[in-house]
Ligand binder design. Structure first.
Ligand code: G
Ligand code: G
Ligand code: NA
Ligand code: MN
Length: 253
């Protein structure tokens, strides 16, 4: 059985799940959002990381099916949380195939309509490999998605080849500083300089800035001192099933 075939069976058997990782306002630790992250609950191997199977998914015929499932599941969850009185935003990771086939803006509009989700509670995270596609087409698609009221964030900022030129070319709402720059923040002055400049740059461009990979309080405090507004990382919470997320982060709201 090839991995691709196994993944198709897994989709039929509903073995995929979305986990949610909290995103907080750094100044007071209050919840602002959740990033939806796919997991494969394998009957024998347990939870399999997307790093192991998403590269195969993204180059297979399954790609669109799983991407649509992620988008729909995340929107339904976000709407359920909205109905329960929370204003937590839910962010999804876009797959490259979602820009190649069909009309993404139309799918997003249809999904918002079907679920009743307030558009500003949905965020889309895009990586540089997505922006490498036909520039005019992507630009047009982003504009239409943003006109719906959905925000678009540049994920893994700083790790690509041309991060700055993308900030100039695309109408983004914010960026997520890649965790590789955040880990060493306290001990590496180069990382501190890069993160500090990125925060300054974001502010000057009017972009929301989210730091990823925050694993301890000292890093969070340092980011606050540099003016970073939002953060995400194991210090605040690991990616977890929706029910655990509700218990830990939504019950007290
Ligand atoms: O959750 P984890 O850190 O294991 O994720 C590993 C990688 O898989 C990350 O790069 C993350 O962006 C990606 N990933 C997780 N969930 C999804 C998803 O639903 N869609 C896409 N396209 N990528 C995802
Ligand atoms: O590529 P993307 O930024 O979407 O990847 C998100 C991934 O980062 C998820 O797989 C998640 O498990 C992982 N992650 C989130 N917070 C932390 C953290 O504090 N430390 C580490 N090592 N990984 C993290
Ligand atoms: Na992401
Ligand atoms: Mn990232």
């Amino acid at each position: 059985l090839t991995l691709e075939r196994e993944l198709a069976l897994a989709a039929d058997r509903r073995e995929f799940e979305l986990f949610y990782q909290p995103q907080v306002r750094l100044i007071d630790g209050s919840l602002v959002g959740a990033e939806a992250l796919i997991r494969w609950r394998h009957p024998v191997r347990g939870y399999v990381s997307p790093a192991e199977f998403m590269p195969v998914v993204n180059t297979s015929a399954l790609s669109e099916r799983i991407a649509n499932w992620v988008m729909e599941t995340a929107c339904r969850q976000a709407r359920a949380w909205e109905l329960s009185g929370s204003d937590v935003r839910v962010a999804i990771n876009l797959s490259p195939s979602q820009l190649q086939s069909g009309d993404l803006a139309h799918s997003v509009a249809a999904l918002l309509e079907a679920t009743g989700l307030t558009p500003s509670l949905l965020e889309i995270e895009v990586t540089e490999d997505i922006l490498l596609h036909d520039e005019r087409r992507v630009l047009e698609m982003f504009k239409r998605i943003q006109e719906l009221g959905v925000r678009i964030l540049f994920d893994d900022f700083g790790t690509g080849y041309a991060s700055l030129s993308y900030l100039k070319k695309f109408p983004l709402d914010g960026l997520k500083i890649d965790r590789s720059f955040v880990f060493g923040l306290l001990s590496n002055s180069d990382d501190a300089a890069i993160v500090g400049s990125t925060i300054g740059l974001s502010k000057q461009l009017g972009l929301t800035v989210v730091a990823e990979g925050i694993e301890n309080r000292a890093t969070a405090d340092f980011l606050v001192s540099m003016g970073c507004e939002e953060g995400q990382g194991y210090f605040f919470g690991r990616p977890m099933p929706a029910e655990a997320f509700e218990k830990q982060f939504l019950a007290a709201e």
